[in-house]
Design a protein around this ligand. Structure first.
Ligand SMILES: N[C@@H](CCC(=O)N[C@@H](CS)C(=O)NCC(=O)O)C(=O)O
Length: 80
């Protein structure tokens, strides 16, 4: 599971915080990818999802842009 994001984006912070509440550890349970504008991470977001927006989650074939959808998806996946 990869979360494309950047530190000062409030929607990205919300997702990171909710992941932390679920006990998910970056670097262990998911990969954090720096995706502020102009970074290779942002290019990947556009290539994979078609939009230049973060946070963006990729989990296998699942690709999600909306922070609330990302949190809801991972909650469901973790059985919360
Ligand atoms: N409704 C979206 C909003 C996401 C959003 O507005 N993200 C901003 C950054 S915080 C963004 O990607 N803006 C375009 C950009 O940074 O190029 C969500 O909840 O995830």
């Amino acid at each position: 599971m990869k979360l494309y994001q950047y530190r000062t984006c409030p929607y990205s912070s919300y997702v990171r915080e909710e992941f932390e509440k679920m006990g998910l550890v970056p670097g262990k349970d998911y990969e954090l990818v720096e995706a502020s504008r102009g970074t290779p991470g942002r290019e990947e977001v556009i290539r994979l999802g078609g939009l230049s927006q973060v946070p963006f989650l990729v989990d296998g074939d699942t690709k999600l842009y909306e922070s609330r959808d990302i949190v809801a998806y991972v909650r469901r996946k973790r059985g919360f």
